[in-house]
Design a binder for this molecule. Structure first.
Ligand SMILES: Cc1ncc(COP(=O)(O)O)c(C=O)c1O
Length: 352
C-alpha cells in the first residue's frame, strides 16, 4: 500500500463555490472576499481580518504597516520556512535570526541580546510558541509582535486563538496548510483599525481613495475565487483539526519511544506537522521510503544555513542539532487509522 506524505483534496462543495463565485461575482474584490475576511476575523476573535495573496505577503505587509524599514531590526527564529526571515529583508530591515529550544523547536528568546524594532515569533508545526516569554521581551523592548501563524490556523494559546494575541497575525493558505484557498493565499488579523487600514492600502498599490495613492504598495490581493474556496475550508477547519489531534494521539499510543514533539502545555496545537525527533531519523525515513510511505523534513537546513544567509556567519547550535534529528509523518485528516498503524509499525521496527 502506498501512503503519500500529503494528499490534495477537491470536493464538490469547493467546486460549487468556485463556479458560483465565477458566475456571479467580480473576479477581483467580489463579495466572497469580504465575507471570508469577516468569517476569519470572527473565527480568530479579532476585530479585523484583511486577506492577501500569500503568507509571505501577509508578513511583509504587516511589517510595513508597523513602519519597519531599512533602519529596523526584527527578531525571528531560525527553525522556520525561509519566508519568516525573508519578509524582513524585503522591507530592507535586518533579521536577528534566533536559536530555538530543543523541546518543541520554537523560538528561545533567552538567546536574544540585541535591541530590535519588532519580533516575529513562529507557531511552528501548528504548536503555539512560548508566547508569554515573547511578550515579556516585547514589553521590555517596547516593540510590536507579529505572529507568524502561517502553520497554525485554529491553534490556541491560553484560551485565545493564535493570530489574536499580538499586534498582527499572519496566515498562509498554501495548499499543504490545515486550510487552503485552492492555491496561494494569506490573511492578516488585527484588533487595530489603523493597521488594518494600512494593510488594505498596501495590498492595493497604496490606494487611499479610488483615484488617489498616498503610499507605496503592491498588488497583493486575494482573488475572489480563492476567497470562495477559503470560506468552505474555514467551515470545515475545526473538524479537520480535531482529526489531526486524533491522528497524533494514535501515533503517540503506538510508537514505542516517546519521540513525537510535545505540545505547548499552555496551548492547543493544530498539528500542521506531526514531528518526531530521533537519532535514527535517517534510518526511519529509509524504512518508510522503502515501503512506499511518504515523509518529509521541516526544515533540513535552519534559515541561517541557507545559501542566502551564509554571509551572516551565524552558529546556532540548537537548531543545527534539531534539524538533523527531526522528520514529519503523514498527518492529513483523510489518513486512515489502518494507515497510521502501518506507519507506526515501520517506525517502531527502527526505534525499538
Ligand atoms: C512558518 C511559515 N511562514 C511563512 C510562510 C509563507 O507562506 P506562503 O507560502 O503562503 O507565502 C509559510 C508557508 O509556507 C510558513 O510555513
Amino acid at each position: 500500500m502506498k501512503i503519500p506524505f500529503f494528499v490534495q483534496e477537491f470536493t464538490q462543495e469547493m467546486e460549487d463555490a468556485v463556479i458560483h463565485a465565477l458566475r456571479n461575482e467580480s473576479f477581483v474584490g467580489g463579495e466572497s472576499v469580504s465575507k471570508f475576511e469577516d468569517e476569519f476575523a470572527r473565527y480568530t476573535g479579532t476585530k479585523y481580518a484583511v486577506s492577501v495573496n500569500s503568507g509571505n505577503s501577509a508578513l511583509q505587509i504587516s511589517l510595513m504597516s508597523l513602519g519597519i524599514s531599512d533602519k529596523s531590526k526584527v527578531i525571528t527564529p531560525t527553525n522556520s520556512f525561509i519566508a519568516s526571515a525573508n519578509c524582513i529583508r524585503m522591507t530592507n530591515a535586518q533579521p536577528i535570526l534566533t536559536d530555538i529550544n530543543l523541546r518543541d523547536g520554537g523560538i528561545d528568546i533567552s538567546n536574544v541580546k540585541e535591541k530590535a524594532d519588532a519580533i516575529i515569533p513562529v507557531h511552528i508545526y501548528g504548536n503555539p510558541c512560548n508566547f508569554d516569554s515573547v511578550k515579556s521581551l516585547a514589553e521590555d523592548q517596547k516593540i510590536p509582535i507579529i505572529e507568524d501563524a502561517c502553520q497554525a490556523h485554529g491553534a490556541i494559546y491560553k484560551n485565545k486563538k493564535v493570530g489574536s494575541i499580538s499586534d498582527v497575525g499572519c496566515f498562509s493558505f498554501y495548499p499543504t496548510k490545515n486550510m487552503t484557498v485552492g492555491g496561494d493565499g494569506g490573511m492578516t488579523t488585527t484588533n487595530n483599525e489603523e493597521i488594518a487600514r494600512k494593510i488594505k492600502s498596501i495590498r492595493d498599490n497604496g490606494r487611499k481613495t479610488k483615484n488617489e495613492f498616498d503610499r507605496l504598495g503592491f498588488t497583493m490581493r486575494l482573488n475572489t475565487v480563492n476567497a470562495a474556496i477559503g470560506r468552505i475550508q474555514l467551515k470545515h477547519l475545526d473538524e479537520k483539526n480535531s482529526r489531526r489531534r486524533e491522528i497524533v494521539s494514535i501515533y503517540r499510543k503506538n510508537l514505542v519511544d516517546n519521540c513525537i514533539l510535545p505540545e505547548n502545555p499552555d496551548g492547543k496545537s493544530v498539528y500542521h506537522q506531526i514531528v518526531l525527533k530521533h537519532e535514527k531519523r535517517d534510518e526511519i525515513r529509509e524504512e518508510l521510503t522503502n515501503n512506499d510511505i511518504g515523509s518529509a523534513i521541516y526544515y533540513e537546513k535552519p534559515i541561517h544555513m541557507q545559501p542566502i544567509y551564509l554571509d551572516y556567519g551565524l552558529n546556532l547550535p540548537n537548531s543545527e542539532k534539531f534539524s538533523k534529528e527531526i522528520m514529519s509523518l503523514p498527518s492529513y485528516p483523510s489518513l486512515t487509522n489502518e494507515e497510521i498503524e502501518i506507519i507506526s509499525e515501520h517506525v517502531n521496527k527502527i526505534i525499538n
